[in-house]
Design a protein around this ligand. Structure first.
Ligand code: HEM
Length: 229
């Protein structure tokens, strides 16, 4: 037990926790996208029914939310600590952010991980206040489903994305999500020791495809709701 603690306090252990928690957050991002895409279907209220089902979990949902927030915060904390350690060991902050090209995996995404991560932190805080707590001019809409009033997140989302500035702000945030995933996915597997001459290029390409699909999926929501709504 003590040995395990020592391991996870080591630099390698910290990187592994960072990688594992990052992949966990990716899982959430995929689930959240699948639910949010319901808003673009024939029955946008399917999103409200889904959210209502989650809310009816009560204390279990609160426990899941606390766990999610902890995973997110520990991921950020470790990323900041490791970045600061790396910088003090190898002060290259004057190096220009440019693509090193093949075979190096250094590129804009890899060199801006800490910045894209911090932009995502700000994005998530504002986003949760915006949609979950309906701050920023929005209100908690309700809709009747089976004779019961439930929260209409779909109405809040649709109304919000009629505002071009809100849609644009989301799109900018989501572009940073793309950069973060593009490098983060591949990097997590490297940290976890998944190296193989044949597998590594597949994981690298899969990271790019995943980042494009996830970011495009999210971006499609404000774009379609703004232009089609
Ligand atoms: C167009 C894009 C997005 C839409 C329409 C959207 C929609 C929503 C809605 C309606 C909620 C409140 C209902 C709920 O709790 O599920 C919510 C909560 C949340 N969203 Fe998003 N979201 C988007 C993108 C994102 C992204 C990119 C992230 C992460 C980087 C994210 C992270 C979260 C988190 C952490 C919560 C709070 C979950 C909870 O407390 O249970 N969302 N989102």
């Amino acid at each position: 037990m003590t040995q395990r603690l020592v391991y996870f306090r080591s630099s390698v252990g910290r990187k592994m926790v960072l990688a594992l928690f990052g992949l966990g957050l990716l899982g959430y991002l995929i689930m959240h996208l699948s639910a949010n895409l319901l808003i673009l279907g024939d029955n946008p209220q399917a999103l409200d029914v889904y959210a209502h089902t989650l809310l009816s979990l009560g204390p279990l949902l609160i426990a899941i939310e606390i766990a999610l927030a902890l995973v997110f915060l520990v991921h950020i904390y470790l990323a900041v600590v490791i970045t600061l350690q790396n910088r003090s060991a190898r002060p290259d902050r004057y190096e220009r952010v440019r693509d090193a090209g093949s075979p190096s995996k250094k590129n804009f995404s890899s060199k801006t991980m800490i910045y894209s991560g911090l932009v995502i932190l700000v994005f998530v805080v504002l986003h949760v206040l915006h949609f979950k707590y309906a701050i920023f001019g929005g209100k908690e809409y309700t809709v009747m489903v089976d004779g019961e009033p439930i929260r209409a997140f779909s109405t809040l989302v649709m109304t919000s994305f009629q505002n071009p500035w809100i849609s644009l702000a989301y799109i900018v945030g989501l572009i940073w999500v793309f950069f973060h995933l593009r490098h983060g996915f591949w990097s997590a597997f490297q940290t976890l020791g998944v190296h193989h001459p044949r597998l590594t290029p597949v994981i690298y390409s899969a990271g790019i495809v995943l980042a494009v699909v996830i970011a495009a999926g999210y971006v499609s929501i404000p774009v379609i709701l703004y232009f089609g709504g």
